[in-house]
Structures are given as structure tokens and as C-alpha cells.
Design a binder for this molecule. Structure first.
Ligand SMILES: Cc1ncc(COP(=O)(O)O)c(C=O)c1O
Length: 402
């Protein structure tokens, strides 16, 4: 008997207009190629896997999965996240645990915030360039991004002030520590100015800080949340953090603080998104960060990544074409290099991949498509030797285009 097959469904017709317009993250697509072992990748924001605190994680997992503990480690949990973890994190930023929400990575925090705060036509003020994952989370909501320039000291606050004369953004999204992709740190003076703007304009600030613990030199800066709290303005700041860069991203454990009404709305959307964060992941995270050896783990990360930052800084200065400019980052995972005029790094990416080296261009991070002639280079995920080799290959390529 012959089986007749029905015509295939035209699935695009079933997708909403919004879903049809969605684009895959260019960076995540590059990462698929870049993970091949023969490719030296500066493309992702990947921590060094050899630095994962695997022994701590293994012993915590063994304890949490024994027969006495596994009931609570593997059971459904509270939507807000594990109470003990929230209390610990709230204390670390001097906020009550009621304001802490554990998220599935900081990325989920960005997505949930978009869901409860944004409607089509809303304006969001963002640094330009900004974290492309935030643009990706909010673009589908039909919002308009108002770009604000940054320089070596982070956000140009006067430019935001000027923007606020004509626009009423729903919020301003910023990365004050080791900006992704620019690597810049917002100066203390500008932090204070930004809080003053938030006060004057009743502006909500989203402070995204996954890299703050990864400082290799210079003085630590107070968070925007702490500065705002000191001035009785804590309700102006949502503070987003993550364990992805300092423990391991595979756990997908991040967190945020939000004022009570916003916190409640976020919990409600989280309930429909995934009920609650990963229970075992949260419990392991709590054990890891409370362990006596955790500060030594952070010191080790800073030592390893600081050496990699130095290796990249040095290699870029020797191999990239004259006229390239960059600011040596004091921490984080990225160095952004502006190539001399006329070098189109975006269209050169396939040639770079043939030479087995990967990067991402800054146009992926801008709201106006600028930045094809600038690159973001990740230094945390390659040894100093691989950094030297990869930057030499890239230097050959860019010099041939200069
Ligand atoms: C600035 C910024 N925010 C948020 C995230 C998302 O991190 P997570 O792995 O916690 O979702 C990243 C990841 O690279 C990032 O760079």
C-alpha cells in the first residue's frame, strides 16, 4: 500500500509577524564555528574552563545529591529563588532579600524586565555600543533605542542629560564596570552625576554588572545601586548580576535587585516563564560562594585573566596596523580595538575564519549599525600563547587591508 504524504505545513504562516522578524544572535552563530579546537577564538565572552572551581562544585554536588539533601535539591522551588541564597546576596549589596530575584542567568533578568516594563513605541536609552544580548531581548518588543555615546571613562553623562531634555526613556541601561564590548569603567564623578540625573528626571537605571569582580588593576568603584541607596534613591536602580563569569555559565544562575512593585511583577512573569530557577544550580552556587576558598578562587581568576589581558594588550600593540586605537581594560573580559579608517573588519570575518581566528565586530553592539571597523576581542578564554598567535594572524590580515 502506498502511503500518501500530506503537503508540508507552511510554518512561517503560523508564526507571528514579530517571530518572523526575529534574527539569530550573530555572535552566537559565529561561536558555532569558533568552538572548533583549531580556531583561536576571541569571539565569545567565555570564561576559561580550566578555571572553573570544579573541585568545589563536585564536592558540593555530592553533598547536595546524597539521600538526605536530594529531596530539597531536586524538588520544585520558590519562584523568587532559594531564600538562603537571596538573603546572602541581598546582604552583599545591603538590600533586603525581598528585593532579590534569582534569574536563569542575567540574560533572563533583562528579558523579564523587558516584559514587564516595555510596550511598543517605548524609548530605551542605551550606551552606544551596548551589550547585544540586551538589544536582542528588547528589540522584539517594538521599542526604539536612543543611543548615548561612551568614551574611555564610560557613559558621556552630558549626552544623556541632553537626551533627557527631549526624550522620556522607560529606562537607561548601563554597564558601569568593564563594559561589554568597550571595556570602559564609569568614573566615580560620572556615577554621582548619573544618580543626580536619575533623581532629577525620575529616571530608572538598569545597572548590569556581571564583570565587577574581575578587576585586574585600579580601585574598585561603588555600584550605582550603593550610591543611589546612600542618597535615598534605591528605587531608581535595578542591579543585575551573574555567576556566569566568576563561577560557571552552564549553571545559568544570575540575580537582580528590584524595588518591591517591580519585583512582584517580575516574579509573576517568571512564574509563567519557568516557575523558578534551577534548584540544584542555586544550591551548588550557595555552597560555592560561602566556601572559605571562594575568595582564593576569585584571586586566581584575576591573576589568570590579568595575565591574559596583558598578553592581548601587548600583542595588539605589536601586530595591529599603525593607527589602531584601544583602551587597556582594567578588568572584565574584552578589549575593543578601533582599526584605522577604511578597514572593514565585518566583511573580513570569513577570511579571518579561514585563517582560523575569530572575533566579533562592534556593529553587532550598536543601535545605528556603526562599528564595522572596530572589533571586540575576548581575552579570558585563550592562553597567552594562543593570544599571541591569534593576534599575530589577525594583525597580518588587518595590515593587508590597511
Ligand atoms: C553585560 C552582560 N549582561 C548580561 C550577560 C548575560 O549573562 P548570563 O550568562 O548571566 O545570562 C552577559 C553575558 O555575556 C553580559 O556580558
Amino acid at each position: 500500500m502506498q502511503i500518501m504524504s500530506a503537503p508540508a505545513l507552511d510554518w512561517t504562516q503560523h508564526l507571528t509577524k514579530n517571530s518572523q522578524g526575529l534574527k539569530r544572535s550573530a555572535v552566537r552563530e559565529i561561536l558555532k564555528v569558533a568552538v572548533r579546537p583549531e580556531v583561536i577564538s576571541f569571539a565569545g565572552g567565555l570564561p576559561a574552563p580550566e578555571c572553573f572551581p570544579s573541585e568545589l562544585i563536585a564536592s558540593a554536588s555530592a553533598r547536595l545529591l546524597d539521600k538526605d539533601h536530594c529531596r530539597s535539591s531536586l524538588q520544585y522551588g520558590e519562584s523568587e529563588g532559594l531564600a538562603e541564597l537571596r538573603e546572602h546576596l541581598g546582604t552583599s549589596v545591603s538590600r533586603p532579600m525581598e528585593e532579590v530575584l534569582i534569574t536563569s542567568g542575567a540574560q533572563q533578568g533583562l528579558d523579564l524586565l523587558g516584559r514587564v516594563l516595555l510596550a511598543p513605541g517605548d524609548v530605551i536609552a542605551v550606551e552606544n555600543p551596548t551589550y547585544l544580548g540586551a538589544l536582542g531581548a528588547w528589540r522584539p518588543q517594538g521599542v526604539r533605542f536612543a543611543p548615548v555615546p561612551i568614551d574611555g571613562d564610560g557613559l558621556v553623562v552630558e549626552a544623556l542629560e541632553k537626551l533627557l531634555e527631549t526624550e522620556r526613556p522607560k529606562f537607561f541601561y548601563t554597564m558601569p564596570n568593564f563594559h561589554n564590548p568597550a571595556g570602559a569603567v564609569l568614573s566615580l564623578e560620572r556615577r554621582e552625576q548619573l544618580i543626580s540625573l536619575a533623581e532629577k528626571h525620575a529616571l530608572l537605571i538598569l545597572e548590569d554588572d556581571p564583570y565587577g569582580d574581575l578587576r585586574y588593576d585600579g580601585e574598585a568603584m561603588p555600584s550605582l545601586l550603593s550610591l543611589a541607596t546612600a542618597r535615598g534613591l534605591a528605587d531608581r536602580v535595578v542591579h543585575l548580576r551573574s555567576f556566569s563569569k566568576v563561577v560557571a555559565p552552564g549553571f545559568r544562575v544570575g540575580w537582580l535587585t528590584a524595588p518591591p512593585v517591580l519585583h512582584d511583577a517580575l516574579v509573576k512573569v517568571k512564574q509563567s516563564a519557568d516557575f523558578h530557577p534551577n534548584m540544584l544550580g542555586q544550591r551548588i552556587m550557595l555552597e560555592v560562594i560561602r566556601d572559605d576558598s571562594f575568595p582564593a578562587h576569585l584571586d586566581h581568576l584575576r591573576e589568570v585573566y590579568g595575565a591574559r589581558r596583558d598578553a592581548m594588550d601587548d600583542a595588539v600593540s605589536r601586530h595591529f596596523p599603525g593607527g589602531t586605537t584601544w583602551t587597556t581594560p582594567q578588568g572584565g573580559m574584552f578589549l575593543m580595538a578601533q582599526l584605522p579608517a577604511g578597514i572593514d573588519a565585518a566583511s573580513s570575518l570569513p577570511t579571518a575564519l579561514e585563517a582560523k581566528v575569530a572575533y566579533v565586530t562592534i556593529d553587532n553592539f550598536t543601535v545605528d549599525g556603526s562599528g564595522q571597523d572596530a572589533v571586540r576581542l575576548n581575552f579570558s578564554n585563550a592562553s597567552p600563547e594562543r593570544i599571541e598567535e591569534g593576534i599575530a594572524r589577525l594583525g597580518d590580515l588587518f595590515r593587508s587591508l590597511a
